[in-house]
Design a protein around this ligand. Structure first.
Ligand code: CMC
Length: 382
C-alpha cells in the first residue's frame, strides 16, 4: 500500500463529476458550466434542481411539469408528523428532527420503489425527499410554537411555499426571492463532507433515504453547515458586548479563536456565494435594520484587504452572510442549518445518482499505528 497519508482527504480526487466545480484561487463556482452568479440572478431553485438532476436547464414545458410533480409530493404522512410533533415537544433540535423524519420517509415509499439499483426509482425517491423536507421543517416550527401545521400550497414555488408554511402568511416577494436565491447558492458544492458522506453510503448500494439521512448528519457539524448558526450567535455576542466589532474581531483573532463563516478547505479567496449574499444582506439592511450588515462588513474588512483577499489567511465563506440574511428574514437561528439541508439535498441526490451510475465501493484504509503483537490475557487474569 502506498504510504501517502492524506489527513482529511485534502486534495484527494475520488470521483469524476459533471455537477459542480470550484476554482478556489479565482473564487469561482459553476453548476454544470453555469456560473453561480447567473443562476442566482436568473433561475429558480426548481430550475437548478432540474439542472442538477437531469443534466440540462429545463424549457418552459419541462419546468412546469417538474414543478407541478414536485409540488404534488409535498405532503407528509401524519404518522411522521406525529413524530416531528413529539420531537418538537421534547425540545429536540430541528436538525435532529429533520434527520429522524427523513429516515422515516422511507416507510411511506409507494409500492414497487424499493430496489436501490433502479436509478430512475432512486431519482423519484430523491425528488420526493426534497419536496417533503420543507413540510417537515415548517411543521416542526409550528408545533414548537403551539400551532398546527398548514397544508402545502401547490400553487407556490418551493421557497415561497416553505415561507408560507413556516410563517402562516403569504411571503412578501423580496423575502421569497431572497430565500429562493439562498437555496440556489447552497444546492451543490463539489465533494464537501456531507455530499461525500452521502456518496460513501450510496457506494454500498444502500438506498437514497440512508444516503440523505447520513448527509444531514454530516452537515450538522460546526465545521460544515452548522457554521451559519454559529455566525449569527457570534454577531449577537458582538452586538451585546461592550466592544466595537473591530475590537471584538481583533481580540478574537489574537486569542486564536475560530471565526465562524471564515476559512474554507477549497477557497483561498472570498467564496463567490458570500459575495452574492452580502449584496442581499445590504438590500435587506436598507429596508430595515442595518446593524447586522454593519457588523459583518466590519469583520470582513478587518480580516481581508480592500480587494477582498484574505489578509489573515481566511476569507468569508457562504455561511458568513447567510446567517444574517436569514435573521433579517425573521427565521429562527436553529433553522439555518436545516434550511441548508433543504437545499443541499438536491446536490446529495445528484451526486449519489451520478456515482451509482458507475459505482465502486468507497473503502479507504488507515495507517495502523497500534501495537503489532500482544499476548491475549483471559478476562479473569487481567
Ligand atoms: N478562524 C480563524 N482561523 C481560521 C479559521 C477561522 N474560521 N479557519 C481556518 N483558520 C486558520 C486555522 O487556524 C489554520 O491556521 P494555522 O495554519 O495557523 O493553524 C489555517 O487557517 C487552516 O485551517 P484548517 O482548519 O487547517 O483548514 P481546513 O481546511 O481544515 O478547515 C474549515 C476549513 C472550514 C473547517 C475552517 O476554515 C473552519 O473551521 N472555519 C470555521 C467554520 C466554518 O465557517 N465552516 C463553514 C465552511 S463553508 C460552508 C460549509 O462547508 O458548510
Amino acid at each position: 500500500m502506498a504510504d501517502d497519508l492524506k489527513k482529511g482527504l485534502e486534495g484527494v480526487l475520488v470521483a469524476e463529476s459533471d455537477l459542480s466545480s470550484i476554482d478556489g484561487d479565482a473564487g469561482r463556482l459553476i453548476y454544470r458550466g453555469y456560473p453561480i452568479e447567473a443562476l442566482a440572478a436568473g433561475a429558480s431553485f426548481e430550475e437548478v434542481l432540474y439542472l442538477l438532476w437531469y443534466g440540462h436547464l429545463p424549457d418552459e414545458g419541462e419546468l412546469a411539469a417538474f414543478t407541478e410533480a414536485m409540488a404534488a409530493e409535498r405532503s407528509v404522512d401524519p404518522a411522521i408528523l406525529e413524530t416531528v410533533r413529539s420531537l418538537a415537544d421534547a425540545g429536540e433540535e430541528p436538525m435532529a428532527a429533520l434527520r429522524t423524519a427523513t429516515s422515516m420517509l422511507s416507510a411511506t415509499e409507494p409500492e414497487g420503489e424499493a430496489d436501490a439499483e433502479d436509478l430512475e426509482a432512486s431519482l423519484r425517491k430523491g425528488r420526493r425527499i426534497t419536496a417533503k423536507i420543507p413540510t417537515v421543517l415548517a411543521a416542526f416550527e409550528r408545533y414548537r410554537q403551539g400551532e398546527e401545521p398548514l397544508d402545502p400550497d401547490p400553487a407556490l414555488g418551493l421557497a415561497e411555499n416553505f415561507l408560507y408554511l413556516f410563517t402562516g402568511e403569504q411571503p412578501d416577494p423580496v423575502a421569497a426571492e431572497t430565500f429562493d436565491q439562498a437555496l440556489i447558492l447552497h444546492a451543490d458544492h463539489g465533494l464537501n463532507a456531507s455530499t461525500f458522506t452521502s456518496m460513501v453510503i450510496a457506494s454500498t448500494m444502500a438506498d437514497v433515504y440512508s444516503a440523505i439521512t447520513g448527509g444531514i448528519g454530516a452537515l450538522s457539524g460546526p465545521l460544515h453547515g452548522g457554521a451559519n448558526q454559529d455566525v449569527m450567535e457570534v454577531l449577537i455576542e458582538i452586538d451585546e458586548s461592550d466592544l466595537e466589532p473591530r475590537n471584538w474581531v481583533e481580540q478574537a483573532t489574537e486569542e486564536g479563536r475560530r471565526i465562524p463563516g471564515f476559512g474554507h478547505r477549497v477557497y483561498n479567496v472570498k467564496d463567490p456565494r458570500a459575495k452574492i449574499l452580502r449584496e442581499r444582506s445590504a438590500e435587506l439592511a436598507e429596508e430595515g435594520d442595518s446593524k447586522w450588515y454593519d457588523i459583518t462588513t466590519t469583520l470582513e474588512a478587518y480580516l481581508t484587504d480592500e480587494k477582498g483577499l484574505p489578509e489573515k489567511g481566511i476569507a468569508p465563506n457562504v455561511d458568513f452572510y447567510s446567517g444574517s440574511v436569514y435573521y433579517q428574514l425573521g427565521i429562527p437561528i436553529d433553522m439555518y442549518t436545516p434550511i441548508f439541508a433543504m437545499s443541499r439535498s438536491g446536490g446529495w441526490i445528484a451526486h449519489v445518482l451520478e456515482y451509482q451510475r458507475d459505482n465502486r465501493l468507497i473503502r479507504p484504509r488507515a495507517r495502523y499505528t497500534g501495537p503489532e503483537e500482544q499476548a491475549f490475557v483471559p478476562l479473569q487474569e487481567r
